[in-house]
Design a protein around this ligand. Sequence first.
Ligand SMILES: C[S@@+](CC[C@H](N)C(=O)[O-])C[C@H]1O[C@@H](n2cnc3c(N)ncnc32)[C@H](O)[C@@H]1O
Ligand code: SF4
Length: 371
Amino acid sequence: MVKLNGDIMRGLYIHIPFCKHICSYCDFPKRIAINDNQINEYIDYIIEDIDNYKKYFPSIKTIYIGGGTPNFLSDYNLERLLKKIDSLNLSPLEYTIECNPEFLCKKQAELFIKYGVNRVSLGVESFIDSDLKFLNRHHTKADVIEAIKILKDNNLNNINIDLIFAHPNDTLDKVKECLDEFLKLNIPHISYYNMILEQKTIFSNLISQGKIKLLDNDTEANMYELIINTLKEKGYHHYETSNFALPGFESIHNQIYWDSMEYIGIGAGASGYLDDIRYTFDSRLKHYYLNQKQLDRISKEEKKKEYFLLGFRKIDGVSINEYKRRFNSSPLDDFNFQSLLEKNLIYIENDRIKLTQKGIMLTNEVFIEFV
Ligand SMILES: C[S@@+](CC[C@H](N)C(=O)[O-])C[C@H]1O[C@@H](n2cnc3c(N)ncnc32)[C@H](O)[C@@H]1O
Ligand code: SF4
């Protein structure tokens, strides 16, 4: 059991799988709702399901409502959900909701404040309107600026922006433009994701038809380097592969995943990790309502590997002493780090094993050693 300052710490993730439209790159569990009743029914089930995790409530330190598009919910459903969470009296350190800019409005911001949401993660993806269309996003740069104004006017200043780089239409100049636009907004956190080509997405179809193609590795690496250098220069702490924060604004909830700590996952397609079992609910609504999920017991050996696979996403690496505390053995005995050290992909500094600059650029080469 992982503890923080002596307390057991868990996260609570609630998944809202509804979207108004489907983005070209996305393979997250999501769907276009058939009608309002379908969404009402889903929220009914979520509200009911939350109580099944009562015994874990005292340990919950972070809440994350993600999607899909949580702020695609009507005010009625959003308030029902937030009110239910509020009734649990959890006092989380961090309470995030994911939002798409085009739906964000004053009423939503007021509901967030009323029910204790203290962090908003906005799916911006690009500040270039033609690229937003290409990604099949239905907002514009102007919508993003308006959404941020609404949040700040309501004292919701702990904001994250998601951007995606290296999509098939991307260029180094466009990444620079997006960074410039981001920096104008005075936002404390950014998740800048390298686009992953997922199967069965609009992009994977277009690629197999030869209509678009992926960028080459060197261009992607140059973009990533530009992002890291620009954000660092402006005072952002590069604390995880894709995440940058002004000091003090690092996400606590995501830290739970990277530290291989436990979390409750609720909702169709949501995953959780409790009592050594990782579970993933069926993403089909009716199957979720019947509590159908895949269960995987994580063995001690798998946990050791995950400690590195997840932990190496953190730029300050993993703690040797914490590993010893959890597993009663030394990572230096359990794994052979020699080839990673020789290839200059990792280094050891005091208690921590960290990726080198080269390792950060070539994380897949590091991860292969643990798979
Ligand atoms: C699943 S979305 C949910 C949030 C919200 N629906 C939205 O789109 O703004 C969370 C984030 O994951 C990132 N993402 C989704 N698919 C991705 C992919 N194939 N490659 C890289 N990032 C991706 C996007 O940046 C997106 O904002
Ligand atoms: S990226 Fe967000 S809005 Fe787009 S389909 Fe995926 S979950 Fe829905």
